[in-house]
Design a protein around this ligand. Structure first.
Ligand SMILES: [Ca+2]
Length: 491
């Protein structure tokens, strides 16, 4: 429902917002005339890392998102706070790390005491704060919010920005789901397997390349969906006063991606366009967390949180001073595990709080949807993986993993036991513990350590994995024009 507000409210809000913009934006045009509150469009690419043509990913063509990047800022080092939907989205929707607000466990599990809880300390979803500042808030295209906390009242006021009041600014949250598994093939612009580049920690097989290419094709479909939103903004004469964010909620849905703290799981694209405020064609290498998006939105709107937010304003110079970003992974469905990470531009330290469990312990969703996980298991059990590929298939994890991201961007050479890196490791470890304390990290209880689905490993015999892998093949290699039922569909 659209809430009617008195005209005087909008006038005063507009005046306040105008002042805030003038003060807070470092790239304000010198000759800027009167500024009205910008509309804000938040476009979420589900389960997608920076595999876009504007980030240099081979094979894929995403001209519409690339165009937005050419008209604004493309961030090369943006990271989520969690490598999976609900904790990441809960953090972004409030501006606080998910552990700080008790939203770190992905999916409730009443049996183990993981029910959704109210937000602490008077913290509220930012949509409600924006609404109180005069914004019309709407959830468009897809109903997915996937928040891991309880809240009072409505999260959004409507389902389309055309429901807003006259001259009312709007905040629209849009999720495009096609990059979530299962992936649709792109019959308009199919991608050949010899066009793609796989990370070296996957088997360099036709199946892995085809699966990767299918994901890129799904992203191409999403790129055309993004175009429809952009075209609507242009057609309705809204494009120039709309602050557009395009980002991912977590990394790609592949082994070592989603659910893990490697860059494959937490590195996401971030593209920002706001022609009244930011110069076009910028590429920024600052360390960014998705919490910065939340902070920026609240500062731009003039809305206030009950506590100081964990992010920084993207348009404030203080963003350049950040040395580290942090992320956490906790329960995934009923797969119990816990990891923490601190990442600088050059190094990453991962602390595995449940090192006794394998990376690839049972997870129903991944075994149903990840063909490459089946192939990794078959090849591992047959002794056919090289070192970089097989270490992810081990029965346990090291307690600490340290990577030199410049020399080793794929994070396959763990330096945690290399004494030459002790001082770096110690600095990062101390930073990580300081952060864990600041976010009230609950760590792992003894009940949690024993909880969830069975941690028996491997999760299937070689013969069972071989059969499972065979079942994937018709789906992975299906023609781009063929519709087919997914062999292991859960939804
Ligand atoms: Ca997601």
């Amino acid at each position: 429902m659209v809430t009617k507000r008195p005209t005087a409210f909008y006038i005063s809000t507009a005046c306040i917002l105008s002042c805030i913009f003038m003060l807070s934006c470092t790239e304000t045009k010198k000759q800027s005339t009167q500024v009205s509150p910008p509309n804000i469009v938040w476009i979420m690419l589900e389960d997608w890392g920076p595999q876009l043509s504007c980030y240099g990913e081979p094979g894929i063509e995403t001209p519409h998102i690339d165009q937005v990047a050419s008209e604004g800022i493309r961030y090369t080092h943006c990271f989520t706070t969690a490598p999976v939907c609900s904790p990441s989205r809960s953090a972004m929707m409030t501006g606080f790390h998910q552990n700080f607000i008790g939203a770190e466990q992905h999916r409730t599990d009443e049996k183990f005491g993981f029910a959704k809880r109210p937000l602490p300390n008077g913290i509220r979803p930012i949509t409600q704060l924006l609404s109180e500042k005069g914004y019309f808030t709407c959830l468009m295209v897809d109903k997915k919010t996937d928040l891991n906390f309880l809240y009072e009242g409505d999260l959004f006021e409507g389902t389309d920005w055309n429901q807003r009041g006259k001259d009312q600014p709007f905040f629209a949250q849009i999720t495009f789901q096609k990059t979530h598994r299962p992936w649709s093939r792109d019959s308009i612009n199919p991608i050949e397997i010899d066009e793609v580049r796989l990370p070296p920690y996957y088997p360099q097989s036709d199946l892995a390349k085809r699966d990767w290419a299918n994901g890129l094709e799904a992203m191409q479909i999403v790129d055309r969906q993004v175009k429809t939103v952009l075209n609507r903004l242009k057609a309705e004469n809204l494009y120039d006063n709309t602050l557009v964010f395009i980002m991912g909620d977590n990394g790609r849905c592949m082994p070592r991606g989603k659910q893990f703290l490697y860059d494959g799981g937490i590195h996401v694209p971030l593209i920002v366009r706001w022609p009244q405020k930011i110069k076009p064609a910028q590429v920024k290498e600052d360390l960014i967390t998705t919490l910065d998006i939340t902070k920026t939105i609240l500062e731009v709107s003039g809305a206030k949180s009950s506590l100081p937010l964990h992010g920084r304003n993207l348009f404030n110079n203080a963003i350049k001073e950040r040395q580290y970003i942090f992320a956490a992974r906790d329960k995934m469905d009923s797969t119990y595990d816990a990891m923490r990470t601190v990442r600088s531009k050059k190094f990453k330290l991962i602390q595995n709080l449940m090192s006794e469990r394998p990376y690839c312990q049972y997870n129903k969703y991944k075994e149903a949807y990840y063909p490459v996980l089946a192939e990794l298991n078959v090849k591992y059990l047959n002794g056919e993986l090289n070192r970089d590929q097989s270490q992810f298939m081990g029965a346990t994890k090291p307690e600490l993993e340290l990577y030199d991201l410049t020399a080793d961007p794929w994070e396959v050479n763990n330096l945690a036991k290399n004494q030459a890196y002790d001082s770096i490791k110690n600095v990062l470890f101390n930073e990580l513990q300081k952060w864990r304390s600041a976010i009230n990290d609950q760590g792992v209880s003894e009940a949690f350590r024993k909880g969830g689905w069975s941690a028996d490993y491997p999760t299937r015999t070689l013969e069972e994995w071989e059969t499972h892998l065979e079942g994937f093949k018709p789906w992975v290699f299906r023609d781009s024009n063929t519709s087919m039922e997914h062999p292991y569909a859960l939804w």
